[in-house]
Write a new protein. Structure first.
Length: 296
């Protein structure tokens, strides 16, 4: 069975623009692509059928999960990951000599809105929509000989005969509360989403030193304790995923930070050599989000 990839049917799963400006401010120069998918508790993660974007082996793995929650989250993560991948592939085509206007003209299937002015952003969306329908990009998914694998610790990585746009790119996935997300980046990356739930306050001592709580309160005075602790938890999860060997929560310490735009830049110190890593964190819809790019 070959997967058929109906790009036009895909939902728009771009993150809020504030996420992207936060990432650009905290990590200038790092190229990345993020997808964020709202998950409904008792339905499929989107209108796109799993067989439309999963390879047969992936489909079998998905079907083997006993729990519906696990099925929904695993699938949501893959949908986000492959959505990031298709945008990167399309972006590569854009910069590799394709004529912007002619690609749109050749592939445009949806009518251009007569009420929307053709701003740069709209033009960019039209380009990506149309280039994703381009035969070469479609074929790249329908006979995909590359896929998302996991190492012995569960860390995801791209495997197979990768399209140029994905070579050297790292990936991280997360699902929590009402969201699944993926990020692909030119640097080693970890991402996390956590719903703000009261339990985090009961288990605070398991992941947060007293001195960190005090620092958090000074850094993020505008949020309550529940939001602050969830931000720290999520930040540490993102660093654990970026780092090798999943460092322990109490082995990472919040040592610095600042308020940036709609989020916070948190600095965590960890490891035997006191390595410092930066995490971009933000709150959205009752969830904490964190993205960590490891230094080279
Ligand atoms: C892995 C871990 C960091 C995931 O965090 P979480 O907040 O529970 O879950 P999230 O939804 O945010 O993230 C799940 C995703 O993280 C990724 N992931 C799993 N293991 C990972 C690792 N070692 N490093 C980076 N990412 C990892 C996977 O893509 C996973 O999604 P998927 O299973 O659908 O592919 C956490 O569960 C953990 O510490 N587990 C310990 C596992 C362990 O010790 N394994 C040893 C080998 S068996």
């Amino acid at each position: 069975m070959q997967a058929n990839f109906p790009f036009t049917a895909w939902p728009d799963i771009s993150p809020p623009p504030a996420f992207l400006s936060l990432l650009a401010e905290v990590f200038p120069g790092v190229q990345c692509r993020v997808s964020l998918l709202p998950l409904v508790s008792d339905g499929p993660p989107s209108a796109v059928a799993p067989a439309d974007f999963l390879r047969p082996d992936e489909l079998r793995q998905w079907q083997s999960f006993a729990s519906n929650k696990r099925k929904r989250e695993w699938l949501g993560g893959r949908l986000c990951a492959y959505n990031c991948a298709r945008w990167l592939i399309a972006a590569r085509k854009k910069t590799s000599g394709n004529n912007y206007e002619s690609v749109i003209a050749r592939n445009e299937t949806t009518k251009k809105s007569t009420t929307m002015p053709d701003t740069g952003v709209e033009k960019d969306h039209r380009f990506f929509r149309s280039v994703c329908n381009d035969v070469a990009v479609k074929e790249c998914f329908s006979a995909r000989d590359w896929w998302l694998a996991a190492d012995e610790n569960g860390r995801p990585f791209w495997q197979g005969n990768l399209p140029e746009a994905l070579s050297g790119m790292d990936i991280s996935l997360s699902h929590g509360g009402a969201y699944a997300l993926a990020i692909i980046a030119t640097r080693r990356v970890g991402a996390d989403v956590e719903a703000c739930r009261t339990k985090v306050q009961r288990v605070a001592a398991q992941f947060c030193h007293l001195a960190e709580e005090e620092r958090l309160a000074r850094l993020i005075p505008q949020q309550d304790r529940l939001a602050r602790l969830t931000l720290l938890w999520s930040a540490k999860e993102s660093l654990r995923k970026a780092a090798t060997g999943l460092p322990g929560f109490l082995a990472m310490r919040l040592t610095d930070g600042s308020h940036i735009g709609d989020g916070w830049r948190l600095v965590l110190t960890w490891g035997a050599t006191g390595r410092q890593s930066t995490v971009a964190t933000t709150l959205h819809d009752g969830h904490a989000f964190a993205f960590c790019f490891l230094e080279e």
